[in-house]
Write a protein that binds this ligand. Structure first.
Ligand code: NCD
Length: 308
């Protein structure tokens, strides 16, 4: 049985902290100029059916640091454009002997299907509006570096929570590690069933981010929105943008996160995006190290299962 990383909701707090501490060790090693001992070469398939810059490149970079070989695959230009099903595509990659799959897909839950037909670890790199667990791990490492601990922090997740897999994975991770999670945004962009997610809802920015230690902004996911959810970008910006004056409601040393891609001047203004409170570049860097740790974690289990 392979170990997969499908959703943050399914992980134990000890598994999360294990991955985060391996990531911190990798960061120290690589940033300090060290190299990871060369492993048995593995082929890792990177299947991206949706656009990606940060996530795909950081999985490439993580695999490179680990000495693994990557095989890139996107829906366009493949047999899927002739109508091949996802199941048959996964079976093809299995019998071509790929050893792990990293997968981004527009359908929520599709990595679960992949895990059923693939004979090795499957890592969810974002499935529809559902989850994006490796993004949450990179964000958690960033918060840990700046704040020392996650337990007891007040974290406000601001914006388009409804369409955000980043918000869902972060909410689960932060809740499991003992933070207070708040969702802040217009009624139309907050999930109708927040009862199923760990967090409290606020429609007003000032109240929602009051005394928050971490303000996590989300991109407006226009590609997933139906008409009429947002009256105008200008109105959203006036009511929910994080800038010098709105950030004053948060705690004095509050940090600002954004998973990217950033709509500059909408979710966050230029001043804050480029200020010392912004962790955007650290989130990108840490994305590489948590993905190394995740590849390690899934392969370690596969090996242990084989030896047992
Ligand atoms: C996010 C994604 O694709 O879910 N980006 C990312 O992976 N860094 C968020 C987004 O697209 O807004």
């Amino acid at each position: 049985m392979s170990r997969h990383l499908l959703a943050m909701r399914l992980l134990e707090p000890t598994q999360i902290t294990e991955i985060l501490s391996t990531a911190a060790e990798y960061k120290e090693l690589i940033v300090g100029g060290g190299r990871v001992e060369r492993r048995n070469e593995k082929s890792v398939g990177l299947l991206f059916f949706e656009n990606s810059t940060r996530t795909r490149v950081s999985f490439e970079q993580a695999s490179h640091y680990l000495g693994y070989h990557t095989v890139n695959f996107s829906g366009a230009g493949s047999s899927m454009s002739t109508g091949e099903t996802l199941k048959d595509t996964i079976l093809t990659l299995r019998y071509e002997r790929l050893e792990a799959l990293v997968m981004r897909h527009q359908a929520s839950g599709s990595p679960v299907l992949a895990a059923r037909y693939f004979d090795g670890p499957v890592i969810n790199a974002g499935d529809g509006q559902h989850e994006h667990p490796t993004q949450a791990l990179g964000d958690a490492l960033t918060i840990l570096e700046r704040k020392g601990d996650i337990q007891g922090l007040r974290v406000a997740i601001v914006g388009d929570v409804e369409h955000s897999r980043v918000a869902r994975s972060n909410a689960w991770l932060l809740h499991k590690l003992g933070a207070e999670v708040r969702f802040v945004g217009p009624r139309t962009l907050l999930p109708s069933h927040t009862g199923k997610l760990p967090g409290t809802v606020y429609y007003d920015l000032a109240t929602g981010i009051a005394d928050a230690d971490v303000v996590m902004c989300l991109r407006l996911q226009r590609e997933r929105m139906s008409d009429g959810l947002l009256s105008s970008t200008g109105e959203y910006t006036r009511m929910y943008q994080i800038n010098r004056s709105t950030l004053r409601y948060a705690a004095a040393e509050a940090i600002v996160l954004h998973p990217g891609p950033l709509n500059r001047g909408v979710e966050v203004d230029d001043h804050i995006a480029d200020s010392d409170s912004s962790c955007i570049n650290d989130q990108v860097t840490n994305g590489v190290f948590v993905r190394m740790a995740v590849l390690d974690w899934v392969f370690r289990e596969a090996k242990e299962a084989q030896l047992a």
